[in-house]
Design a protein around this ligand. Structure first.
Ligand SMILES: [Zn+2]
Ligand SMILES: [Zn+2]
Length: 174
């Protein structure tokens, strides 16, 4: 919660630093911010005619599973966001059918929670990788190729051999 009581239509500007704690389900099975993990907020609040414009950056460490090799990993995330919190709620007739109403300043307070949550969940990478060069897993046996760069299979894949013999068969029929 940010207190903007002294802001009311003042045309002021305020820089703030805050540390929030991650709530539950901040992310998905592949990448998420653990419950209670610190989220460092760097905020700029600007009083405008309609409300308070909040622009900021949230920095946190997410835990994830590499999308190529499935190894556990941690990744720092910096996520930018910006939202206008209105002094007065929008009237229903001001909104088009599929438009979400803007959040409001309630009793001089701004609740950043829902905004942070939505932004972080959307901005977390869909396919995190432990390293850009991560070679992933062996297609045949699933072994980690990073742990064993020489890894290979001399035996041709039996499924592949079967396909070859089918091809030969059809050629003979012609
Ligand atoms: Zn990896
Ligand atoms: Zn293999």
């Amino acid at each position: 919660m940010l207190d903007v009581h002294d802001f009311r239509r003042a045309g002021g500007m305020k820089r703030l630093q805050r540390v929030a704690r991650a709530g539950e389900d901040l992310g998905n099975a592949v990448i998420n911010v653990p419950v209670g993990a610190p989220i460092e907020l760097d905020l700029l609040l600007e009083s405008v005619i309609e409300g308070v414009l909040v622009t900021g950056t949230a920095s946190m460490v997410a835990v994830a599973e590499c999308s190529r090799c499935l190894a556990p990993m941690e990744e720092s995330q910096r996520i930018d966001f910006s939202e206008l919190f209105l002094w007065d709620p929008q009237l229903p007739e001001e909104l088009s059918e599929d438009e979400e109403p803007l959040p409001v300043v309630a009793d001089g307070l701004i609740d950043l929670g829902p905004l942070l949550r939505d932004t972080i969940v959307i901005e977390l990478p869909l396919a995190p990788v432990c390293a850009e060069s991560c070679p992933g897993l062996c297609d045949i046996c699933g072994a980690s190729l990073a742990a064993d760069p020489e890894h290979g299979h001399d035996q041709p894949d039996s499924r592949w051999a079967e396909l070859k013999s089918l091809d030969l068969g059809s050629a003979d029929d012609r």
